[in-house]
Design a protein around this ligand. Structure first.
Ligand SMILES: Nc1ncnc2c1ncn2[C@@H]1O[C@H](COP(=O)(O)OP(=O)(O)O)[C@@H](O)[C@H]1O
Ligand SMILES: [Mg+2]
Length: 468
Protein backbone atom coordinates (compact mmCIF):
# COMPACT_ATOMS: atom_id res chain seq x y z
CA UNK A 1 0.00 0.00 0.00
CA UNK A 2 1.34 3.45 -0.92
CA UNK A 3 -0.06 6.96 -0.68
CA UNK A 4 1.63 10.31 -1.18
CA UNK A 5 0.31 13.77 -0.26
CA UNK A 6 2.35 16.32 -2.20
CA UNK A 7 5.92 15.89 -1.01
CA UNK A 8 4.93 13.61 1.90
CA UNK A 9 4.99 9.86 1.40
CA UNK A 10 2.36 9.19 4.06
CA UNK A 11 2.27 5.44 3.47
CA UNK A 12 5.19 3.80 1.69
CA UNK A 13 4.68 0.16 0.91
CA UNK A 14 2.76 -1.19 3.90
CA UNK A 15 1.28 -4.68 4.11
CA UNK A 16 -1.15 -5.35 6.90
CA UNK A 17 -3.35 -8.34 7.58
CA UNK A 18 -6.18 -8.39 10.09
CA UNK A 19 -7.54 -11.67 11.37
CA UNK A 20 -11.12 -12.34 12.55
CA UNK A 21 -11.32 -12.44 16.32
CA UNK A 22 -8.08 -10.56 16.87
CA UNK A 23 -7.35 -7.06 18.21
CA UNK A 24 -4.45 -5.69 16.22
CA UNK A 25 -2.77 -2.51 17.48
CA UNK A 26 -1.23 -0.05 15.03
CA UNK A 27 1.18 2.31 16.74
CA UNK A 28 3.57 5.03 15.65
CA UNK A 29 4.42 8.63 16.29
CA UNK A 30 2.43 11.54 14.95
CA UNK A 31 2.63 11.63 11.20
CA UNK A 32 3.73 8.01 10.90
CA UNK A 33 0.87 7.34 8.47
CA UNK A 34 -1.53 5.40 10.71
CA UNK A 35 -4.67 7.41 9.97
CA UNK A 36 -3.91 7.43 6.26
CA UNK A 37 -3.54 3.67 6.27
CA UNK A 38 -6.83 3.26 8.16
CA UNK A 39 -8.60 5.65 5.79
CA UNK A 40 -7.31 3.69 2.80
CA UNK A 41 -8.51 0.42 4.31
CA UNK A 42 -11.92 2.01 4.90
CA UNK A 43 -12.10 3.41 1.40
CA UNK A 44 -12.17 7.09 2.34
CA UNK A 45 -8.73 7.74 0.83
CA UNK A 46 -7.52 6.19 -2.39
CA UNK A 47 -4.18 4.39 -2.43
CA UNK A 48 -1.70 5.39 -5.14
CA UNK A 49 -0.67 1.75 -5.28
CA UNK A 50 -1.86 -1.43 -3.64
CA UNK A 51 -5.22 -2.95 -2.89
CA UNK A 52 -7.57 -3.72 -0.03
CA UNK A 53 -9.37 -7.02 0.32
CA UNK A 54 -12.03 -7.58 2.94
CA UNK A 55 -14.47 -10.40 3.55
CA UNK A 56 -17.38 -8.11 4.35
CA UNK A 57 -18.09 -4.56 5.40
CA UNK A 58 -15.30 -2.37 6.83
CA UNK A 59 -16.21 0.12 9.58
CA UNK A 60 -14.13 3.08 10.80
CA UNK A 61 -14.47 5.11 13.98
CA UNK A 62 -12.60 8.39 13.63
CA UNK A 63 -10.58 10.05 16.35
CA UNK A 64 -12.64 13.18 15.89
CA UNK A 65 -16.28 12.25 16.10
CA UNK A 66 -18.25 12.65 12.93
CA UNK A 67 -21.63 13.02 14.59
CA UNK A 68 -24.33 15.57 13.86
CA UNK A 69 -24.70 17.30 17.21
CA UNK A 70 -28.23 18.59 16.74
CA UNK A 71 -29.71 15.23 15.83
CA UNK A 72 -30.89 12.44 18.09
CA UNK A 73 -28.90 9.33 18.80
CA UNK A 74 -31.05 7.11 16.57
CA UNK A 75 -30.90 9.63 13.75
CA UNK A 76 -27.11 9.57 13.90
CA UNK A 77 -26.81 5.81 14.23
CA UNK A 78 -29.18 5.04 11.37
CA UNK A 79 -28.46 8.01 9.10
CA UNK A 80 -29.38 6.98 5.53
CA UNK A 81 -30.33 3.51 6.74
CA UNK A 82 -33.52 4.41 8.61
CA UNK A 83 -36.21 1.73 8.71
CA UNK A 84 -39.22 2.87 6.69
CA UNK A 85 -42.90 2.26 6.53
CA UNK A 86 -43.98 3.18 3.09
CA UNK A 87 -42.12 6.40 2.41
CA UNK A 88 -41.95 7.51 6.03
CA UNK A 89 -39.24 6.81 8.58
CA UNK A 90 -40.54 4.31 11.13
CA UNK A 91 -39.38 6.10 14.27
CA UNK A 92 -40.58 3.43 16.67
CA UNK A 93 -38.68 0.76 14.75
CA UNK A 94 -35.61 2.98 14.58
CA UNK A 95 -35.61 3.50 18.35
CA UNK A 96 -36.06 -0.20 18.90
CA UNK A 97 -33.22 -1.06 16.54
CA UNK A 98 -30.82 1.27 18.37
CA UNK A 99 -31.94 -0.07 21.72
CA UNK A 100 -31.42 -3.67 20.61
CA UNK A 101 -28.04 -2.87 19.10
CA UNK A 102 -26.99 -1.23 22.37
CA UNK A 103 -28.16 -4.21 24.41
CA UNK A 104 -26.36 -6.67 22.13
CA UNK A 105 -23.00 -4.92 22.46
CA UNK A 106 -23.25 -3.53 25.98
CA UNK A 107 -23.45 0.04 24.62
CA UNK A 108 -26.68 1.31 26.15
CA UNK A 109 -27.67 4.81 25.03
CA UNK A 110 -30.99 6.64 25.09
CA UNK A 111 -32.01 6.58 21.40
CA UNK A 112 -33.83 9.89 21.74
CA UNK A 113 -31.07 11.89 23.40
CA UNK A 114 -29.76 14.85 21.39
CA UNK A 115 -26.11 14.10 20.67
CA UNK A 116 -24.73 17.48 21.74
CA UNK A 117 -26.07 16.98 25.27
CA UNK A 118 -24.10 13.77 25.74
CA UNK A 119 -20.75 13.39 27.46
CA UNK A 120 -17.80 12.35 25.32
CA UNK A 121 -17.82 8.73 26.46
CA UNK A 122 -21.42 8.30 25.35
CA UNK A 123 -20.79 10.05 22.03
CA UNK A 124 -18.10 7.47 21.47
CA UNK A 125 -20.72 4.75 21.97
CA UNK A 126 -22.98 6.40 19.41
CA UNK A 127 -20.13 6.53 16.94
CA UNK A 128 -19.43 2.87 17.51
CA UNK A 129 -23.12 1.89 17.27
CA UNK A 130 -23.35 3.60 13.90
CA UNK A 131 -20.58 1.39 12.56
CA UNK A 132 -21.92 -1.73 14.28
CA UNK A 133 -25.33 -1.29 12.66
CA UNK A 134 -23.59 -2.04 9.36
CA UNK A 135 -22.36 -5.35 10.83
CA UNK A 136 -18.74 -4.84 9.87
CA UNK A 137 -16.46 -7.83 9.46
CA UNK A 138 -13.53 -5.47 9.97
CA UNK A 139 -13.62 -2.56 12.42
CA UNK A 140 -10.95 0.15 12.36
CA UNK A 141 -10.69 2.36 15.45
CA UNK A 142 -8.51 5.47 15.01
CA UNK A 143 -7.29 6.75 18.39
CA UNK A 144 -10.62 5.78 19.94
CA UNK A 145 -9.69 6.53 23.54
CA UNK A 146 -8.06 9.93 23.04
CA UNK A 147 -10.92 11.75 24.76
CA UNK A 148 -11.91 9.10 27.31
CA UNK A 149 -11.21 8.91 31.04
CA UNK A 150 -9.36 5.83 32.33
CA UNK A 151 -12.57 4.13 33.56
CA UNK A 152 -14.27 4.74 30.22
CA UNK A 153 -11.26 3.30 28.43
CA UNK A 154 -11.59 0.01 30.31
CA UNK A 155 -15.27 -0.32 29.47
CA UNK A 156 -14.64 0.69 25.87
CA UNK A 157 -12.11 -2.10 25.48
CA UNK A 158 -14.45 -4.56 27.16
CA UNK A 159 -16.86 -3.85 24.30
CA UNK A 160 -14.10 -4.18 21.72
CA UNK A 161 -13.04 -7.51 23.20
CA UNK A 162 -16.66 -8.65 22.98
CA UNK A 163 -16.68 -7.75 19.27
CA UNK A 164 -13.48 -9.65 18.68
CA UNK A 165 -14.96 -12.65 20.48
CA UNK A 166 -17.83 -12.55 17.95
CA UNK A 167 -15.31 -12.83 15.15
CA UNK A 168 -14.78 -9.21 14.08
CA UNK A 169 -11.29 -8.32 12.91
CA UNK A 170 -10.21 -5.20 14.80
CA UNK A 171 -7.53 -2.60 14.22
CA UNK A 172 -6.86 -0.11 17.02
CA UNK A 173 -4.71 2.88 16.16
CA UNK A 174 -3.24 4.35 19.32
CA UNK A 175 -0.16 5.94 20.78
CA UNK A 176 -0.97 4.72 24.30
CA UNK A 177 1.31 1.78 24.80
CA UNK A 178 -0.41 0.66 28.00
CA UNK A 179 -3.53 -0.04 25.91
CA UNK A 180 -1.53 -1.96 23.35
CA UNK A 181 -0.07 -4.21 26.01
CA UNK A 182 -3.35 -4.66 27.90
CA UNK A 183 -5.72 -5.33 25.02
CA UNK A 184 -4.08 -6.32 21.74
CA UNK A 185 -2.89 -9.70 20.54
CA UNK A 186 -0.69 -8.35 17.77
CA UNK A 187 1.05 -5.03 17.18
CA UNK A 188 2.43 -3.32 14.11
CA UNK A 189 4.77 -0.35 14.54
CA UNK A 190 4.96 2.33 11.84
CA UNK A 191 7.53 5.04 11.38
CA UNK A 192 7.61 7.58 8.54
CA UNK A 193 5.12 5.68 6.42
CA UNK A 194 6.66 2.23 6.71
CA UNK A 195 6.30 -0.74 9.03
CA UNK A 196 9.37 -1.00 11.25
CA UNK A 197 8.26 -3.87 13.47
CA UNK A 198 5.58 -6.50 13.94
CA UNK A 199 5.07 -8.44 17.16
CA UNK A 200 2.83 -10.77 19.00
CA UNK A 201 1.97 -8.52 21.92
CA UNK A 202 2.76 -11.22 24.46
CA UNK A 203 6.30 -11.37 23.12
CA UNK A 204 7.17 -7.67 23.33
CA UNK A 205 7.09 -4.80 25.83
CA UNK A 206 6.04 -1.16 25.98
CA UNK A 207 9.72 -0.17 26.19
CA UNK A 208 10.64 -2.05 23.06
CA UNK A 209 7.68 -0.62 21.12
CA UNK A 210 8.54 2.91 22.27
CA UNK A 211 12.11 2.50 21.00
CA UNK A 212 10.85 1.23 17.67
CA UNK A 213 8.40 4.13 17.32
CA UNK A 214 11.12 6.69 17.94
CA UNK A 215 13.88 4.85 16.12
CA UNK A 216 16.19 4.91 19.13
CA UNK A 217 16.15 5.41 22.86
CA UNK A 218 13.47 7.63 24.34
CA UNK A 219 15.38 10.39 26.13
CA UNK A 220 15.14 10.37 29.91
CA UNK A 221 13.50 13.37 31.56
CA UNK A 222 15.52 16.01 33.38
CA UNK A 223 16.17 15.24 37.03
CA UNK A 224 14.06 17.12 39.52
CA UNK A 225 16.23 19.19 41.87
CA UNK A 226 15.23 19.41 45.53
CA UNK A 227 13.48 22.77 45.68
CA UNK A 228 11.34 24.16 48.48
CA UNK A 229 8.55 26.05 46.76
CA UNK A 230 7.74 29.53 47.99
CA UNK A 231 4.38 31.25 47.48
CA UNK A 232 3.88 32.65 43.99
CA UNK A 233 0.31 32.42 42.72
CA UNK A 234 -2.77 32.07 44.89
CA UNK A 235 -6.32 31.94 43.54
CA UNK A 236 -9.40 32.11 45.76
CA UNK A 237 -12.86 31.43 44.39
CA UNK A 238 -11.81 32.38 40.89
CA UNK A 239 -14.50 31.95 38.24
CA UNK A 240 -14.19 32.64 34.53
CA UNK A 241 -15.68 31.71 31.19
CA UNK A 242 -14.02 31.51 27.80
CA UNK A 243 -16.32 30.45 24.98
CA UNK A 244 -18.05 27.31 26.23
CA UNK A 245 -15.35 26.65 28.82
CA UNK A 246 -16.36 27.52 32.37
CA UNK A 247 -14.26 27.60 35.52
CA UNK A 248 -16.13 27.75 38.83
CA UNK A 249 -14.67 28.97 42.09
CA UNK A 250 -11.17 27.66 41.71
CA UNK A 251 -9.05 27.90 44.83
CA UNK A 252 -5.45 26.73 44.62
CA UNK A 253 -1.84 27.82 44.76
CA UNK A 254 1.23 27.38 42.62
CA UNK A 255 4.57 27.89 44.32
CA UNK A 256 7.77 29.12 42.74
CA UNK A 257 9.83 25.98 42.15
CA UNK A 258 7.01 23.49 41.65
CA UNK A 259 4.98 22.01 38.83
CA UNK A 260 1.30 21.78 39.58
CA UNK A 261 -0.48 19.47 37.16
CA UNK A 262 -4.13 19.95 36.31
CA UNK A 263 -5.57 16.56 35.37
CA UNK A 264 -8.85 16.52 33.52
CA UNK A 265 -10.66 15.44 30.41
CA UNK A 266 -10.76 18.01 27.65
CA UNK A 267 -13.66 20.44 27.98
CA UNK A 268 -13.85 20.64 31.77
CA UNK A 269 -12.89 24.26 32.34
CA UNK A 270 -9.21 24.10 31.44
CA UNK A 271 -9.47 26.72 28.69
CA UNK A 272 -11.22 29.19 30.99
CA UNK A 273 -8.46 28.69 33.56
CA UNK A 274 -5.65 29.18 31.04
CA UNK A 275 -7.32 32.20 29.44
CA UNK A 276 -8.03 33.82 32.80
CA UNK A 277 -4.37 33.54 33.77
CA UNK A 278 -3.21 34.71 30.35
CA UNK A 279 -5.37 37.84 30.57
CA UNK A 280 -7.46 36.77 27.59
CA UNK A 281 -10.68 36.76 29.64
CA UNK A 282 -11.67 38.52 32.88
CA UNK A 283 -12.17 36.52 36.02
CA UNK A 284 -14.04 37.11 39.26
CA UNK A 285 -12.72 36.24 42.68
CA UNK A 286 -9.36 36.94 44.30
CA UNK A 287 -5.95 36.30 42.90
CA UNK A 288 -2.51 37.24 44.12
CA UNK A 289 0.74 36.86 42.23
CA UNK A 290 4.28 37.46 43.38
CA UNK A 291 3.30 39.60 46.35
CA UNK A 292 0.65 41.79 44.68
CA UNK A 293 -2.94 41.32 43.53
CA UNK A 294 -3.55 39.94 40.07
CA UNK A 295 -6.05 42.28 38.49
CA UNK A 296 -8.99 40.45 36.87
CA UNK A 297 -9.02 42.73 33.84
CA UNK A 298 -5.29 42.84 33.02
CA UNK A 299 -4.37 42.53 29.37
CA UNK A 300 -2.08 39.72 28.18
CA UNK A 301 0.71 42.32 27.84
CA UNK A 302 0.32 43.27 31.51
CA UNK A 303 0.51 39.63 32.56
CA UNK A 304 3.58 39.19 30.39
CA UNK A 305 5.20 42.21 32.03
CA UNK A 306 4.72 40.59 35.42
CA UNK A 307 6.55 37.46 34.33
CA UNK A 308 3.62 35.22 33.41
CA UNK A 309 4.25 33.20 30.25
CA UNK A 310 1.60 31.13 28.56
CA UNK A 311 2.10 28.17 26.26
CA UNK A 312 -1.31 28.15 24.57
CA UNK A 313 -3.10 24.99 23.62
CA UNK A 314 -3.35 25.84 19.96
CA UNK A 315 0.07 26.75 18.59
CA UNK A 316 -1.15 27.62 15.11
CA UNK A 317 -3.88 30.03 16.13
CA UNK A 318 -2.95 31.32 19.56
CA UNK A 319 0.82 31.15 19.75
CA UNK A 320 2.52 31.68 16.41
CA UNK A 321 2.18 34.08 13.53
CA UNK A 322 2.61 31.47 10.86
CA UNK A 323 3.84 33.69 8.05
CA UNK A 324 6.48 35.31 10.25
CA UNK A 325 9.99 33.94 10.68
CA UNK A 326 11.09 31.88 13.67
CA UNK A 327 13.17 34.88 14.73
CA UNK A 328 10.23 37.26 14.83
CA UNK A 329 8.04 34.70 16.55
CA UNK A 330 10.65 34.18 19.28
CA UNK A 331 10.76 37.94 19.80
CA UNK A 332 6.98 38.23 19.88
CA UNK A 333 5.89 39.67 23.21
CA UNK A 334 9.42 40.79 24.02
CA UNK A 335 9.72 43.51 21.35
CA UNK A 336 9.90 46.23 24.01
CA UNK A 337 12.61 44.71 26.18
CA UNK A 338 14.64 43.07 23.45
CA UNK A 339 16.62 45.35 21.10
CA UNK A 340 15.98 44.60 17.45
CA UNK A 341 19.57 43.49 16.87
CA UNK A 342 19.21 40.86 19.64
CA UNK A 343 16.30 39.13 17.88
CA UNK A 344 18.62 36.87 15.91
CA UNK A 345 20.60 35.74 18.95
CA UNK A 346 17.44 35.10 20.96
CA UNK A 347 16.11 32.92 18.17
CA UNK A 348 19.42 31.08 17.77
CA UNK A 349 19.43 30.32 21.51
CA UNK A 350 15.96 28.77 21.30
CA UNK A 351 16.89 26.87 18.14
CA UNK A 352 20.00 25.41 19.82
CA UNK A 353 18.40 24.62 23.19
CA UNK A 354 15.35 22.98 21.62
CA UNK A 355 16.90 21.42 18.52
CA UNK A 356 14.54 23.30 16.21
CA UNK A 357 14.75 22.03 12.66
CA UNK A 358 15.65 23.51 10.30
CA UNK A 359 18.09 25.49 12.51
CA UNK A 360 17.37 28.69 10.65
CA UNK A 361 16.02 31.85 12.32
CA UNK A 362 14.72 33.03 8.95
CA UNK A 363 12.58 29.94 8.37
CA UNK A 364 8.88 30.76 8.15
CA UNK A 365 7.11 29.38 11.23
CA UNK A 366 4.23 27.97 9.19
CA UNK A 367 6.62 25.79 7.22
CA UNK A 368 7.92 23.94 10.30
CA UNK A 369 6.44 20.63 11.39
CA UNK A 370 4.06 20.73 14.34
CA UNK A 371 6.70 19.44 16.73
CA UNK A 372 9.22 22.10 15.69
CA UNK A 373 6.58 24.82 15.94
CA UNK A 374 5.87 23.66 19.47
CA UNK A 375 9.58 23.84 20.33
CA UNK A 376 9.56 27.49 19.26
CA UNK A 377 6.48 28.22 21.39
CA UNK A 378 7.84 26.52 24.49
CA UNK A 379 11.31 27.95 23.93
CA UNK A 380 9.92 31.48 23.74
CA UNK A 381 7.90 31.01 26.92
CA UNK A 382 10.87 29.74 28.92
CA UNK A 383 13.56 31.98 27.40
CA UNK A 384 13.15 35.11 29.49
CA UNK A 385 13.33 33.77 33.06
CA UNK A 386 9.56 33.49 33.59
CA UNK A 387 8.11 33.56 37.08
CA UNK A 388 5.01 31.57 36.18
CA UNK A 389 4.55 29.33 33.16
CA UNK A 390 1.06 28.26 32.21
CA UNK A 391 1.70 25.25 29.98
CA UNK A 392 -1.52 24.13 28.31
CA UNK A 393 -1.04 20.83 26.46
CA UNK A 394 2.64 21.69 25.89
CA UNK A 395 3.38 18.48 23.96
CA UNK A 396 0.12 18.10 22.04
CA UNK A 397 0.69 16.19 18.82
CA UNK A 398 4.44 16.15 19.35
CA UNK A 399 6.51 12.99 18.89
CA UNK A 400 7.84 11.12 21.91
CA UNK A 401 11.40 12.39 21.64
CA UNK A 402 10.43 16.04 21.29
CA UNK A 403 7.85 15.65 24.07
CA UNK A 404 10.55 14.40 26.45
CA UNK A 405 12.73 17.37 25.53
CA UNK A 406 9.93 19.87 26.17
CA UNK A 407 8.98 18.22 29.46
CA UNK A 408 12.62 18.30 30.53
CA UNK A 409 12.79 22.03 29.82
CA UNK A 410 9.69 22.56 31.97
CA UNK A 411 11.30 20.61 34.81
CA UNK A 412 14.49 22.67 34.42
CA UNK A 413 12.46 25.89 34.59
CA UNK A 414 10.95 24.59 37.82
CA UNK A 415 14.39 23.66 39.14
CA UNK A 416 15.46 27.23 38.38
CA UNK A 417 12.59 28.54 40.51
CA UNK A 418 9.71 29.11 38.12
CA UNK A 419 6.20 28.07 39.05
CA UNK A 420 4.65 25.86 36.39
CA UNK A 421 0.95 25.19 35.93
CA UNK A 422 0.79 22.16 33.66
CA UNK A 423 -2.67 21.70 32.15
CA UNK A 424 -2.75 18.45 30.23
CA UNK A 425 -5.21 15.85 29.01
CA UNK A 426 -2.46 13.23 29.11
CA UNK A 427 -2.26 11.70 32.56
CA UNK A 428 1.14 10.19 31.82
CA UNK A 429 2.52 13.65 31.12
CA UNK A 430 1.18 14.96 34.40
CA UNK A 431 2.49 12.01 36.38
CA UNK A 432 5.92 12.35 34.76
CA UNK A 433 6.27 16.06 35.52
CA UNK A 434 4.09 17.29 38.36
CA UNK A 435 4.98 17.82 42.01
CA UNK A 436 1.28 18.00 42.86
CA UNK A 437 -1.81 17.04 40.90
CA UNK A 438 -5.15 18.80 41.03
CA UNK A 439 -8.14 17.22 39.31
CA UNK A 440 -10.65 19.32 37.41
CA UNK A 441 -14.11 18.06 36.38
CA UNK A 442 -17.13 20.07 35.33
CA UNK A 443 -15.20 23.31 35.84
CA UNK A 444 -14.48 22.57 39.49
CA UNK A 445 -11.46 21.35 41.38
CA UNK A 446 -12.45 17.98 42.77
CA UNK A 447 -9.24 16.48 44.11
CA UNK A 448 -5.64 17.15 45.09
CA UNK A 449 -2.74 14.73 45.29
CA UNK A 450 0.89 15.15 46.33
CA UNK A 451 3.39 13.44 44.01
CA UNK A 452 3.88 10.59 46.46
CA UNK A 453 0.13 10.01 46.71
CA UNK A 454 -0.63 9.88 43.00
CA UNK A 455 -3.23 7.17 42.38
CA UNK A 456 -4.21 6.69 38.74
CA UNK A 457 -7.46 4.90 39.56
CA UNK A 458 -8.73 7.54 41.95
CA UNK A 459 -7.65 10.40 39.70
CA UNK A 460 -9.34 8.73 36.74
CA UNK A 461 -12.58 8.32 38.69
CA UNK A 462 -12.51 11.96 39.76
CA UNK A 463 -11.84 13.09 36.19
CA UNK A 464 -14.89 11.17 35.02
CA UNK A 465 -17.00 12.96 37.61
CA UNK A 466 -17.19 10.10 40.11
CA UNK A 467 -16.16 9.97 43.73
CA UNK A 468 -12.60 9.12 44.72
N1 LIG B 1 -5.05 15.04 3.47
C1 LIG B 1 -3.75 15.24 3.62
N2 LIG B 1 -3.10 16.17 2.91
C2 LIG B 1 -1.77 16.37 3.04
N3 LIG B 1 -0.99 15.67 3.88
C3 LIG B 1 -1.56 14.73 4.62
C4 LIG B 1 -2.96 14.46 4.54
N4 LIG B 1 -3.25 13.45 5.42
C5 LIG B 1 -2.09 13.12 6.01
N5 LIG B 1 -1.07 13.88 5.52
C6 LIG B 1 0.34 13.77 5.92
O1 LIG B 1 0.70 12.42 5.84
C7 LIG B 1 1.52 12.05 6.92
C8 LIG B 1 0.86 10.92 7.71
O2 LIG B 1 -0.29 11.43 8.36
P1 LIG B 1 -1.27 10.52 9.21
O3 LIG B 1 -1.65 9.34 8.43
O4 LIG B 1 -2.37 11.39 9.69
O5 LIG B 1 -0.34 10.08 10.43
P2 LIG B 1 -0.72 9.52 11.87
O6 LIG B 1 -2.16 9.14 11.88
O7 LIG B 1 0.21 8.37 12.05
O8 LIG B 1 -0.41 10.62 12.83
C9 LIG B 1 1.74 13.30 7.75
O9 LIG B 1 2.95 13.89 7.34
C10 LIG B 1 0.56 14.15 7.36
O10 LIG B 1 0.87 15.52 7.53
MG1 LIG C 1 -3.70 9.83 13.11
Amino acid sequence: MRRRFGAVQAVAGVDLELVPGEIHALVGENGAGKSTLAAIAYGAVRADEGSVEANGVVGLVHQHFKLIDRLRVWENVLLNREPRRGWQIDVAAARERVRRLGATYGLEVDPDAIVETLPVGIKQRVELLRELDREPAVLLLDEPTAALAPGEIASFFATVQGLAARGTAILVVTHKLAEVIAYSQRVTVMRAGTVVARHLTAQTSAEQIAREMVGGDVPALATRAAVTPRPLLALRDVSAASGTSVLERATFEVGAGEIVGIAGIEGNGQSALADALAGVVRFSGDAAFDGAPLEPGDTPAQRLARGIRVIPQDRRHEALILDWSVRDNVALGRQRSLPLRAFGDAAREVIAAYDVRPPNPDAVAGALSGGNQQKVVVGRALASAPKLVVAYQPTRGVDVGAAALLQSRLIEARNAGAGVLLISFELDEIFACADRVLVIAGGRFVGAFARAEIDRGRIGALMAGGAA
